[in-house]
Write a protein that binds this ligand. Sequence first.
Ligand code: ATP
Ligand code: MG
Length: 332
Amino acid sequence: SPRVLSGIQPTADSFHLGNYLGAVRQYVAMQEGYDAFYCVVDLHAITVDYRPEELRRRSRVAAAQLFAAGLDPERSTVFVQSHVREHTELAWVLICLTGMGEAGRMTQFKDKSAKHGESSASVGLFTYPVLQAADILLYQANKVPVGADQKQHLELTRDLAQRFNHRFGETFTVPEPHIVKGVEKITDLQEPTAKMSKSSSSPAGILDLLEQPGPLRKKVMRAVTDTGSEVLADDDNKPGITNLLRIQSALSGTPIGELEARYVGQGYGTFKKDVAELVVDTFTPIRERTEKLLADETELDRMLAVGAARARAVAAETMAKVRDRVGFLPTP
Ligand code: ATP
Ligand code: MG
């Protein structure tokens, strides 16, 4: 069966609603019909400032959330990126095939480095998209479920795969992004034109999967809405209401048109209350399962060891081919 791969960063104490709808929920759905590989990308997480103990904790929390959200360790290979050395090895080979100008066009680097000034950003942050390409190509993935913000990185991945194949002979599957309309860019509750983000959203703008019902409700009720009182989807004039409609539609499986009809003449208050309850009802069981998984670290680490072994077997096979194709001597 075709293969799917995706990664998620342990850069916060919890995933957020954007991660859940844009990525994690697709991971769960794609266990059906795909040979699935999902990784906690700790090598990506060290491209920005971090603390070692915090990273270690967050990596386990990230893995626990993936299992809690519905990844089945029997069907999916769930692993931690740094456990599979081939990611960094292939990244180096691909870095040598990437043009400076090509890498310099990546908008995520521009956005993330702008915060502290481009010259103090790490070289790792600059080469981040190439490491991401290595993650994907190592597993010969056909599909990569991601949010819209990763579209440009997926294009680079495809370009690198084609370039390598052209120069050294057919080696890599050229992957396709799997971006689901309606949930590809969940926005910040306080800044409804910006992406909800682990690293740049304010606490009031972000709905965390592991958050308690009280704060979740409060944040939805205080979400920036727009002038007027009609619950209608309109990206240009009502980005706040539109974001909440997308969230409600995705979580309930109800088309947006039907929701618009339901709230005619009711104002924003009732609508927001319903969205808040839906978020709480979705997040609560995932939070409870995550807490349970984290209570037994030995078992969680064992599950990740199983994932690492399965991932390593596939990665090693690809990397052996790559080493030969690029002209390295056989490993003594
Ligand atoms: P950071 O701000 O540290 O980059 P992030 O919130 O972007 O964190 P990532 O771990 O980088 O989270 O992304 C994991 C996955 O979630 C990616 O596939 C990404 O495209 C997706 N994603 C992130 N934010 C959103 C969002 N607001 N809407 C939809 N998908 C999202
Ligand atoms: Mg991101």
